[in-house]
Design a protein around this ligand. Sequence first.
Ligand code: KG4
Ligand code: ZN
Length: 336
Amino acid sequence: MKVLGIETSCDDTSVALYDSDSGVAENLVSSQVDLHDHFGGVVPELASRAHLVNLLPLVDYLLERQKVTLKDLDGVAVTAGPGLIGALLVGLSTGKALAAAADLPLVGIHHIEGHILANALTSDLVLPAVVLVVSGGHTEVVYMPEVGRYELLGGTLDDAAGEAFDKTAKLLGLPYPGGPQIDRMAKKGIPGRFKFPRPLKNDPRIVFSFSGLKTAVRVVVDDLPRPLSDQTVADVSYELQEAIVDSLCHRLFQAARRKHVPAVYLAGGVSANGRLRARVAEEAMRLNLHFRPPEPVYCTDNAAMIAYAGWCHLDAGRRDSLDLDSFPRKPLSSWR
Ligand code: KG4
Ligand code: ZN
């Protein structure tokens, strides 16, 4: 079965082709980072317009490269939400039009399910598992007994982990998106120069809070001589990353213990973070849990994860009508 995937929930226009016989045939991502960098964050209206300009040419290019036509496909999978509503609408309308034109089944995919299932693109899933979803808009811990069944165990009370990286990076004068920049700078950081809080550390619930970190970094940074030296930025980045990664690891393994699972996974853009991957790998090995991080290209937004999730839905006989709506927010729910 060949499934075309479309992902336009935020600032990346992405299309992919997943073939159930051979895996991901192609995953194309057209980044809008240069467009939004100037504004220090994603401007929703600009994102929608850029998707509109880029999406169809990207689909054409993908089909041409793969030497297939719409008639050779078995379905279209598109991110229906959550995300920026205008951006989502461009992807969803295009997916519907392509499905209608070629008489193909259409499936709308929850963006977070896409991120979770991206783990299956690297190696076969070991289930049941607990998944830490960490992206620009989400920080949650999900129990997955099987593909299509999801139970939310807890999440953030305020900012998402990605937001914490991005907002503090901005305070340090680093370009958008800040996560990869903090990851890069932290490698040169000298431990111990600064100390940042680990909020809710003793809270028995599976909860996160990151909004206080921004204030803590601002208080430290405001007292430092300007311009900030590279070493200072590196040292703040190091301690900030440690604080975020500590909270994330603590809750992931707390949930894994509670659910007695044999495996843990990471999902979403922040799972590209080198320190998070290393810390989870270390702890998983110590506890004898299966863990394999998703390939970096499948951590951040991509259509391969949507095409693969689409295949899971279609293979189980699920499909959507052309009345399908996009949604800016909605918790991930089970469909199996
Ligand atoms: O999943 P994603 O691409 O988009 C959303 O669904 O939000 O995640 C984007 C987030 C951004 O906040 C970005 O800064 C963060 O993922 N990110 C990282 C790294 N790469 C991307 N954060 C920390 N370290 C990284 N290497
Ligand atoms: Zn995402």
